[in-house]
Write a protein that binds this ligand. Structure first.
Ligand code: ARG
Length: 600
């Protein structure tokens, strides 16, 4: 998001170019135009143009033709060229200035544009693409949040993928991020499992794979409960004892929970995901729920109904919702209400995000509305980040119930695909690891390609292909970039970047220079890609950036050669560019939660 308010030339060299163009507009058009307005009107250009300005947006008097001419007359000293197409002005910056500026910034050097020199305050370097807009602020991002002893469905997988991305993104923007997993670890199903465990449970199985075993026990005893009311009654009684805090009834539950978390941690690690905090519905304290209910009663928005309590949100078109059951046990919504204040007291967050499927939109709307009605000043800082359904994800053995089935299947499908090319396959160093990573990349990319809210149909074919915009294609692009340094050891280490002659790279009048410039221009947009992603909380823009960069590299590959280039200085400049491209592609991939591969 390139706005005047959040411009940050230290992090994004284009911010200084935009400032330059904005200044030019102010100087040539009108003193009524502020630098700020001008700056916000400088957009990225399409197809070969660097920046474009739509003149009408400034609402200045005079014809656009005349306004444009005024700018063009003054532009020569600042930009390489400017052209007018009706109401639009298209600017092209000087190629060597762009190249030097962008590549230096990627390489971690500070770009000292004369326009920004005086505004520099903090001169420490930080990795390219990051910014400090969130410094001093803390965010809780709650995501994944599966239910113990129930299935881990694709909705949970999406929450995991999108949530991990958001955690990376907020970190990249300087926030203090707390990744939180809010387990469904409470409720009558634990009474059921306790009832069935003596009949169906096995300590050995439990320790081997708690997630699977508890699920199995749950399925069996649940079937029993359908025919036998006694089982149901026993389960309810057991859960009541748990709610009353009887240590005897809690002991087993505690072990199940711990072993499940242990197993989850292993699986998350394979997905390159980790949490700072494992909490769960069981950890929401009664005091917080009680006090929230009391406050709701004081505000007169609670009504009694057959012994239960409802909160009335009809006025807000959100219906009525139960907050207290007849038997006094708590429910999901009430736990979210009480839990939010408990979290605030503990973490004093500046923002809290819940990454939960759009299927729970009503629940989340009710929850956030209640928080507002309770007039907590921080209620406005709570946000639901939602997403659509995944259709058709199943393994060849059937429906997916566990996360590790998805991970395994992704690896297997990819492995088979790789074996189809025998010759290439023989060259792969660690096929198990590689196919696993490629598989996971495929799943994640497929998930993050479109806007979150869209439903999509998952297919294994679409993710295993090395062609088209797939995860493996991205990994392949990165592997290819990694190979350049390996293949050109004689050019390494690169000389000090100041002494690299970028005119050899971009200022000649040939196809190679055009391709190189296109790559470099894209690299320069990356800090903006990150800022835009933060605004929209969408991974899709980052995915699009990765593919655009990969395409630009693939287009350049045959022309912008390093090995075989006779002019050594030119080869060095190109290698520098490819190294920068690798850095940026890897950074973007890591932001998406991927592990970039160096070989495959
Ligand atoms: N465990 C819940 C489920 O699987 C998701 C929890 C979402 N988080 C929340 N604070 N309500 O549906």
């Amino acid at each position: 998001m390139a706005t005047f308010a959040n411009r940050d030339p230290q992090a994004c060299v284009y911010d200084s170019f935009r400032s330059t163009i904005a200044q030019l507009l102010v100087d040539s058009l009108s003193t009524k135009l502020t630098l700020e307005q001008a700056y916000d009107g400088v957009d990225y250009g399409k197809k070969g143009e660097d920046f474009t300005v739509a003149l009408p947006r400034f609402r200045l008097s005079g014809k656009v033709e005349d306004l444009g001419k005024k700018v063009i007359d003054k532009a020569a000293s600042v930009v390489a060229s400017v052209s007018q197409d009706r109401a639009f002005l298209h600017f092209r910056l000087k190629s060597d200035v762009v190249a030097k500026g962008v590549l230096q910034q990627v390489s971690g050097s500070l770009f000292l544009h004369p326009k920004v020199l005086s505004t520099l305050t903090d001169i420490d370097t930080f990795s390219y693409g990051k910014n400090k807009s969130g410094e001093g602020k803390r965010i809780i991002i709650e995501y994944s949040s599966p239910n113990i002893a129930k299935s881990f469905h694709v909705g949970h997988l999406r929450s995991t993928i999108i949530g991990a991305f958001l955690a990376n993104l907020y970190k990249a923007c300087g926030w203090d991020v707390i990744s939180m997993n809010y387990l469904g670890d409470w409720g009558t199903q634990f009474g059921l499992i306790a009832t069935g465990f003596s009949k169906y449970g096995s300590q050995e199985e439990l320790e081997k794979d708690a997630i699977k075993h508890l699920f199995d026990v749950y399925v069996k005893v649940n079937a029993d409960a359908k025919d036998n009311p006694q089982v149901k009654a026993d389960a309810a009684a057991w859960f009541k004892r748990m709610e009353d805090g009887e240590e005897d009834a809690l002991k087993h539950w505690r072990e199940w929970r711990e072993l499940s978390i242990k197993k989850y941690k292993e699986e998350y690690a394979r997905l390159n995901v980790s949490f700072d905090v494992y909490t769960g519905e069981s950890e929401v304290s009664n005091e917080y729920m009680e006090s929230a209910l009391k406050r709701l009663e004081e505000k007169g928005i609670i009504e009694a109904s057959y012994g239960a309590k409802l909160v009335d949100l009809e006025k807000h078109k959100l219906g009525k919702a139960v907050v207290r059951k007849k038997d006094g046990t708590s429910i999901y919504l009430t736990r979210d209400i009480g839990g939010a204040e408990q979290r605030y007291d503990k973490y004093k967050f500046d923002k809290m995000i819940y990454v939960i499927s759009a299927q729970q939109d009503l629940h989340m709307a009710q929850f956030t509305k209640v928080m507002q009605l309770l007039e907590y000043p921080w209620a406005k800082d709570i946000q639901h980040v939602n997403y659509g359904l995944v259709l058709g994800m199943s393994t060849r053995k059937g429906t997916v119930v566990f996360l590790d089935q998805i991970i395994k299947e992704a690896g297997n499908v990819m492995h088979e695909q790789m074996m189809k090319n025998e010759e290439k396959y023989r060259g792969v160093e660690n096929p198990e690891y590689t196919s696993q990573e490629l598989g996971i990349t495929g799943v994640k990319i497929q998930d993050m390609t479109a806007k979150r809210i869209n439903n999509y149909t998952f297919t294994w074919d679409r993710m295993t292909s090395f062609e088209g915009d797939t995860g493996p294609y991205l990994q392949y692009a990165h592997v290819r970039l990694s190979s350049i340094a390996r293949k050109n050891p004689d050019l390494l280490p690169l000389p000090p970047t100041d002494s690299i002659d970028v005119t050899l790279l971009v200022s000649t009048d040939d196809l190679a220079a055009q391709h190189a410039r296109a790559i470099i221009f894209l690299l320069g947009t990356y800090p903006d890609v990150v800022r835009t992603a933060l605004q929209s909380q969408e991974p899709s823009g980052v995915v699009t950036f990765c593919f655009r960069l990969s395409h630009a590299i693939s287009t350049a590959w045959e022309t912008v050669i390093v090995k075989g280039e006779k002019n050594r200085d030119k080869a060095v400049a190109r290698l520098w560019m490819y190294e920068c491209a690798r850095e940026v592609l890897a950074a973007a991939m890591r932001l998406l939660g991927l592990r970039p591969l160096d070989r495959m």
